[in-house]
Design a binder for this molecule. Structure first.
Ligand code: HEC
Ligand code: HEC
Ligand code: HEC
Ligand code: HEC
Ligand code: HEC
Ligand code: HEC
Ligand code: HEC
Ligand code: HEC
Length: 329
């Protein structure tokens, strides 16, 4: 009779020990943010925050490329992910020596109208705003201020803004937009919008015009408007926070225009009617009218509006007048 109970005891021990051993060797990995299958807009920045014992080695890969953590605070690790257009795969592996002891993954979709490809949202992906009820994991509040105090409208210094601790990366670009460099985030982001907080109007045009009164006047007084500008979607081309390009453009000017007008990249343009399909330069030399900058599409065309249907600059009244502006009369 003694044998079976010993046997059971041994089994129990075994189960207990195994459980114990597993708990010690497999650390708990918790990816706090972002939710899987989220859509990201804007400049394609996404922050990932995970929790794991400080001693454990973690490898994070974005589309196969390793990403270093941007901040390590005790158990909490922060990573800045700079996404590619379309679907991105993020893999997280906790390692003991060479052995993977815990893993997780995320798929994120970076949507942009200037990706250069038609972007079709894969099934199961959704916008998951962080600033909405249930959007921000409660754990963030242990170290960050999640509500915006009154002073946020016009903070005394960047660090005095409650947005600063998490969104510093926005201003780490060459050209920063005036109100953004002052961390006046609430000049554009509505702190009382619901369900998602900090919403901006769609289309955004009237918000831009509130400060850019001159732009408003000339856009409205010109009879011909460029499609993307006329729709009021200024942020198709401009990053509202700033960028490494002039005028906070999302891409350098020539690349920006040829993203949508792909056929113009060939250079068969302007004098394409000429013998043997002549080409006119569209870049790669100084702009005769503004020699300090590179010649480009915007040397001849206005990106917003014009008095001529082809959106020519210089207020010209005819094709020949356009040519003569640069090719001395
Ligand atoms: C244990 C404390 C702690 C927790 C919990 C925490 N953070 Fe942080 N986080 C910090 C510190 C400290 C910084 C650096 C702030 C600074 O430089 O001003 C930071 C920076 C950031 C940044 C700036 C970018 C970067 O990677 O450096 C983001 C974004 C961020 N946290 C998001 C979050 C989110 C989202 C959560 C909740 C899921 C969270 N944090 C939880 C302490 C924490
Ligand atoms: C705890 C860190 C944290 C703080 C503080 C914070 N944010 Fe965010 N915010 C995030 C994260 C994380 C995202 C998701 C995008 C990303 O991964 O960077 C985000 C996204 C956003 C978005 C895009 C829509 C959304 O909800 O996902 C806006 C707009 C925004 N934040 C504005 C603000 C403003 C304005 C402030 C200050 C009043 C602020 N945030 C403070 C972490 C923070
Ligand atoms: C709260 C006021 C304010 C709002 C709203 C605003 N801007 Fe501005 N913007 C400024 C100021 C001030 C400057 C000039 C200082 C600087 O260079 O940043 C400026 C400069 C610019 C410039 C560069 C102009 C130049 O000649 O160098 C561009 C482009 C621009 N803004 C685009 C936009 C767009 C697009 C929007 C809407 C998404 C917008 N702005 C909304 C205040 C604003
Ligand atoms: C001139 C207006 C303006 C100001 C000032 C501004 N934003 Fe934005 N922001 C926008 C608009 C418009 C969008 C919507 C996305 C788009 O159209 O590209 C946006 C989107 C965002 C996003 C999500 C997408 C992205 O680009 O990453 C975050 C995060 C954000 N803003 C944070 C901030 C913070 C933090 C500040 C203060 C430093 C700030 N914004 C100041 C206009 C502004
Ligand atoms: C997001 C896509 C997009 C981008 C970026 C873009 N365009 Fe356009 N463009 C359009 C669309 C759509 C039309 C047609 C609607 C219209 O006639 O305005 C158009 C029309 C035009 C026309 C007038 C066509 C005609 O027959 O009258 C010109 C000229 C032009 N674009 C030049 C430019 C230049 C220069 C740039 C760069 C500064 C640029 N575009 C960037 C989408 C774009
Ligand atoms: C098709 C892309 C595109 C769109 C859409 C667009 N812009 Fe621009 N914007 C440009 C380019 C390119 C420049 C630089 C022009 C130059 O170098 O002459 C510029 C320059 C500017 C400037 C500074 C110089 C100037 O011409 O006044 C302001 C302000 C501006 N844009 C505001 C806006 C606003 C407001 C909207 C929305 C109503 C808007 N833009 C929509 C491409 C665009
Ligand atoms: C030297 C001046 C000049 C430059 C530089 C220039 N264009 Fe043009 N563009 C013209 C002229 C002139 C026309 C009218 C030609 C015609 O109708 O045959 C035109 C017409 C257009 C049209 C409308 C008609 C069509 O053919 O579809 C678009 C769109 C356009 N250009 C885009 C661009 C883009 C994008 C670039 C830069 C890669 C560019 N242009 C560079 C002078 C220029
Ligand atoms: C904004 C200034 C500008 C305007 C407007 C302009 N061009 Fe040009 N054009 C240039 C530049 C720059 C070159 C290159 C000159 C060089 O390489 O030294 C050029 C070169 C040419 C060439 C020589 C092409 C080659 O392959 O070397 C011809 C032909 C020409 N342009 C015709 C025209 C015609 C026709 C118009 C009017 C529809 C026109 N251009 C309008 C700036 C302009």
């Amino acid at each position: 009779m003694a044998k079976p109970s010993h046997f059971f005891f041994a089994l129990l021990c075994c189960a207990f020990l195994r459980g114990h051993v597993t708990a010690a060797s497999a650390p708990t990995l918790a990816v706090l943010y972002p939710p899987d299958r989220s859509v990201v807009i804007g400049a394609g920045f996404a922050h990932m925050v995970l929790e794991i014992a400080p001693a454990v080695k973690v490898l994070v890969k974005l589309n196969g490329r390793p990403v270093d953590p941007s901040k390590l605070i005790d158990k909490v690790r922060h990573y800045l992910l700079r996404l590619d257009f379309g679907t991105n795969r993020v893999e997280v592996e906790a390692l003991e020596g060479d052995r993977v002891v815990a893993r997780d993954k995320r798929e994120l979709f970076f949507f942009s109208p200037i990706s250069g490809e038609q972007q079709i949202l894969p099934e199961g992906f959704a916008a998951n705003p962080f600033h909405r009820p249930g959007g921000a994991p409660e754990k963030c509040a242990a170290c960050h201020v999640l509500e915006s105090p009154k002073g946020d409208l016009s903070p005394a210094s960047p660090a005095a803004s409650s947005c600063y601790s998490c969104h510093q990366d926005l201003t780490k670009v060459r050209n920063v937009h005036g109100p953004v460099s002052l961390w006046m985030c609430l000049a554009c982001h509505n702190p009382t919008s619901a369900p998602a907080k900090y919403a901006t109007p769609v289309p955004v045009r009237d918000l831009c015009y509130a400060c850019h009164i001159d732009a408003k006047d000339y856009f409205f007084s010109s009879p011909y408007q460029h499609g993307p500008t006329a729709t009021g979607m200024c942020t198709i081309c401009h990053n509202p926070h700033g960028s490494n390009n002039e005028y906070w453009l999302k891409k350098p000017p020539w690349e920006l225009c040829t993203t949508c007008h792909t056929e113009k990249a060939s250079g068969r343009h302007v004098i394409a009617w000429g013998p043997s399909g002549n080409t006119h330069p569209t870049r790669g030399r100084p702009d005769p009218m503004k020699p300090e900058r590179e010649f480009s599409c915007r040397s001849c065309h206005n990106p917003h509006a014009s008095n001529m249907p082809k959106l020519w600059n210089f207020n010209v009244k005819s094709y020949t007048e356009l040519c003569q502006t640069c090719h001395n009369k």
